[in-house]
Ligand binder design. Structure first.
Ligand code: GDP
Length: 308
C-alpha cells in the first residue's frame, strides 16, 4: 500500500513515526509544509521538513518535539554573547543541517534535491518532499502588523491576537517535482494531525495540489488535531478561529471537506460525529492522542484500518 502524507511538524512527526512502524518506510512519501521556512543567521531553515526528517531517522528530540536529541546550544550562546538577539533556537547538530542545506541551495540545488539528499544522509528511508521549491511564506496579521510565521509563533510565543493569515507568493508557486504524482498514485493520502491553517493550509495553497486531492483515487484520511474543543498543542485554535472555522472535529472536516473521505476523531468527541458526517465526511472514533511510541503505532494502525 502506497501512502502519501501531508505534514506539518510536531503532530505529524508522531503519526509518521507510528506509520513507519506498520508499513515499509519506502512506501511512504511525505509532502512537507515549507510555509514556515525562515532565514536564521543567514541560513535557510525548514522547521517542518526537518522535524519530519529527524523523526523518521530516529534523531528527533521527542520531549521538545523539534530539533535533534542530545542537542547542545553552544553556538546559540556564543551568538548571544556577541549581542545577537537570539529568539530562534538552533542547536549545534541542527546547525549542520542548515549549513549543509544553505550551501547546497547557494550552489544551485533545489530544495527538493537538498531535502532528498539530506533525508538519505540522515538515515530516513521514506521520501520527504517539500510542497514546493518556490518560496511560499505564511504570514500572520495581528492588530498591530503582519508577522512572518516564526516571528508570531516563536518570538511572540503565539500571544498576539490573529486577525488574518496569508500564504505569500503561493499563487506563483509550483508543486515540487513528485508531489502531484505522489497524490495521484497513492492508495491512501494521510492528512496528519497538523495545524490546518499554518501547516496544511500552505500546502493546499500551492496551485495544483488541491485539484490533485480532488481527483485522486486514493482514500483520503485525516487525523483531527482538535480534541475536546481545543488543539492538543500550539496555536491551531486561534488560527482556525481567524479563518472562521469552528474549534471542533467538524471545523477540521470543513477545512478539508471537498475531498476528505474519513476523519479520525477522539473517543471523547464521539458526540461530535454527526456534525462531521453532515459534511459528507465519515468519522471514525478512536484514541487519537499520541503520548508515547505505542500510542503512535496504535493510531497508525487504526488509520490504516480506517483506510481499508
Ligand atoms: P507544528 O509546525 O509544530 O505546529 O506542527 P503540526 O502542525 O504538525 O503540529 C501541531 C498540531 O498537531 C497541533 O494542532 C496539535 O493540536 C496537533 N497534535 C499534536 N500532538 C497531537 C496528538 O498526539 N494527537 C492529535 N490528534 N493531534 C496532535
Amino acid at each position: 500500500m502506497r501512502l502519501t502524507a501531508l505534514a506539518g511538524g510536531t503532530g505529524a512527526a508522531k503519526l509518521l513515526r507510528g506509520l513507519v512502524a506498520s508499513i515499509p518506510p519506502r512506501d511512504l512519501t511525505v509532502i512537507g509544509n515549507t510555509g514556515d521556512d525562515t532565514d536564521v543567521w543567514g541560513l535557510h531553515v525548514s522547521p517542518d521538513l526537518d522535524t519530519v526528517t529527524y523523526a523518521l531517522a530516529g534523531l528527533l528530540d521527542i520531549e521538545r518535539g523539534w530539533g535533534r536529541a542530545g542537542e547542545t546550544f553552544r553556538c546559540r550562546d556564543a551568538m548571544s554573547a556577541l549581542g545577537v538577539d537570539v529568539w530562534f533556537n538552533l542547536g549545534d547538530q541542527d546547525l549542520a543541517t542548515h549549513l549543509w542545506r544553505t550551501a547546497a541551495l547557494r550552489a544551485g540545488c533545489t530544495l527538493s534535491d537538498v531535502t532528498a539528499e539530506l533525508t538519505r544522509r540522515l538515515g530516513a528511508q521514506a521520501l520527504v518532499l517539500p510542497m514546493s521549491d518556490d518560496p511560499v511564506r505564511t504570514r500572520v496579521q495581528t492588530p498591530e502588523s503582519w508577522l512572518a510565521f516564526q516571528e508570531y509563533f516563536v518570538r511572540e510565543r503565539a500571544r498576539p491576537k490573529v486577525v488574518d493569515v496569508e500564504y505569500s507568493a503561493a499563487d506563483r508557486a509550483r508543486p515540487a517535482p513528485g508531489v502531484l504524482g505522489a497524490l495521484r498514485d497513492a492508495d491512501v493520502v494521510v492528512v496528519c494531525p497538523s495545524n490546518p491553517v499554518t501547516s496544511i493550509g500552505p500546502i493546499l495553497a500551492v496551485p495544483g495540489i488541491y485539484e490533485a486531492l480532488d481527483v485522486t483515487r486514493a482514500r483520503i484520511v485525516a487525523v483531527s488535531p482538535i480534541i475536546g474543543g481545543a488543539a492538543v498543542s500550539g496555536p491551531a485554535g486561534a488560527l482556525m478561529r481567524a479563518r472562521g472555522l469552528p474549534l471542533s472535529p467538524a471545523g477540521v472536516a470543513m477545512a478539508y471537506s471537498p475531498w476528505l473521505d474519513t476523519l479520525l476523531v477522539h473517543d471523547t468527541d464521539r458526540d461530535r460525529v454527526p456534525e462531521v458526517e453532515a459534511l459528507g465526511v465519515r468519522a471514525v472514533v478512536t484514541n487519537i492522542l499520541m503520548t508515547d511510541r505505542a500510542g503512535e503505532a496504535a493510531l497508525a494502525r487504526a488509520l490504516l484500518e480506517a483506510a481499508r
